[in-house]
Write a protein that binds this ligand. Structure first.
Ligand code: CIR
Length: 265
């Protein structure tokens, strides 16, 4: 399995106006649509700056959370897996990604069985597939994924997502093939044994949902200590304002499906 942060391509979906109705835990303010769209454009510009080709899909007004494409599919080498998202309103999003994935992946599989799994609960490293059980991802979903990824050369490591966050990756992100960035609470569970772990500075746990894309680490704006910490370790940091996505419990990773196509694909 090649490096887990080298990507050539990204699939994203433009937010529809319905994004203001996106799911959230609690009764927080609606995102501002125009600002969300603007921040999404800047996010895609940053990804292009990292060297990837972006496929931008049309907005889907019937699915307020469909901008968060990461939850509805997983990209592994030459195989893409359509997941079965755990929120009822998001369930049918997976099928909407099928044709875009089919044009780039040798095979597009559907998660077998009837369990549920959100891509936001899956952290892919060079050798492991970490999967967090959460309110969205259940044991049947994890077991189904285990069967699929085993054949692709990965080991599946089941972990528990801390109960105060939506997804496993709300609390962690990959920095390089041996290093993860994590909240203290998640690292304390011991799930990252065998990895170097950089802990999010106190009060900056929300910065943990970062993404490494080729030579850069993308972090949400407003986390100055995280930026200093990462730059001190030699990472090149790009900051993206995600204030509107944050209002509906989302961050950086969920707005793209990132993958690498080899020259022969
Ligand atoms: C949801 O609740 O499903 C969306 N409002 C946010 C999804 C964020 N996805 C992610 O962190 N992977």
């Amino acid at each position: 399995v090649s490096s887990a942060f080298q990507f050539t391509h990204v699939i994203a979906r433009q937010p529809g106006r319905s994004v203001v109705d996106g799911l959230r835990d609690g009764a927080g303010a609606d995102p501002d649509y125009a600002l969300f769209l603007h921040q999404h454009e800047l996010y895609l510009d940053a990804l292009r700056h990292c060297g990837v080709t972006v496929t931008l899909l049309e907005p889907l007004e019937d699915f307020p959370d469909s901008v968060f494409v990461e939850d509805a599919a997983l990209c592994l080498a030459d195989t893409a897996i359509l997941t079965r998202p755990g929120a009822a309103s998001r369930f049918a999003e997976a099928a909407t990604l099928k044709s875009a994935l089919a044009s780039h992946f040798r095979s597009v599989l559907e998660l077998p069985g009837t369990g549920h799994l959100d891509g936001g609960d899956v952290l892919l490293t060079q050798r492991d597939v970490f999967v967090g059980l959460s309110e969205r991802t259940d044991q049947a979903g994890v077991d189904a994924l285990k069967a699929v990824v085993g054949g692709c050369g990965y080991e599946l490591r089941q972990v528990r997502t801390p109960s105060d966050i939506l997804h496993f990756k709300s609390a962690c992100g990959l920095l390089d093939d041996t290093t993860v960035f994590s909240t203290q609470a998640l690292a304390d569970t011991g799930c990252f044994a065998n990895y170097d772990v950089i802990i999010a500075p106190p009060g900056e746990g929300a910065a943990a949902n970062l993404i490494r894309v080729n030579d850069y680490v993308l972090i949400s704006a407003g986390f100055a200590r995280t930026r200093i910490e990462l730059e001190a370790r030699g990472y090149r940091v790009l900051e993206i304002d995600t204030s509107e996505a944050a209002k509906i419990d989302a961050g950086l990773s969920c707005m793209s499906l990132r993958y690498a196509l080899s020259a022969t694909s």
